[in-house]
Design a protein around this ligand. Structure first.
Ligand code: SF4
Ligand code: SF4
Length: 90
């Protein structure tokens, strides 16, 4: 995926039950199940660290209320160009 990431997520390894619904539902396919086991003896979901759009689909499909937190990132700051109305006012 090109361009800066628009979202980020945190997954609580100990809340995750390893059902894989988030992995299957993520449109840019940026989630996977870790080979390691958590305290429940399941393979927890993991964000690969790239490609999240902040769509929130993983959050809405997850049956565990505390397992996924989604962050929508602010768009990168675009400097005002000479001639922009805001720039002229400064
Ligand atoms: S917020 Fe959307 S893009 Fe990001 S990990 Fe969840 S399903 Fe994937
Ligand atoms: S949907 Fe929730 S419980 Fe299922 S694997 Fe993803 S984070 Fe874990």
């Amino acid at each position: 995926m090109s361009g800066p990431a628009r979202g980020n997520i945190l997954i609580s390894v100990e809340e995750c039950k390893g059902c894989g619904l988030c992995v299957e539902s993520c449109p840019p396919e940026c989630l996977l199940l870790l080979p390691e086991l958590n305290a429940y003896g399941v393979h927890p979901a993991h964000y690969t660290g790239q490609g999240c759009t902040g769509c929130g689909i993983c959050f809405y499909c997850c049956p565990e209320p505390g397992a996924i937190t989604v962050y929508r990132l602010a768009p990168p700051h675009k400097p005002l160009a000479q001639g922009d109305s805001h720039a002229a006012a400064l």
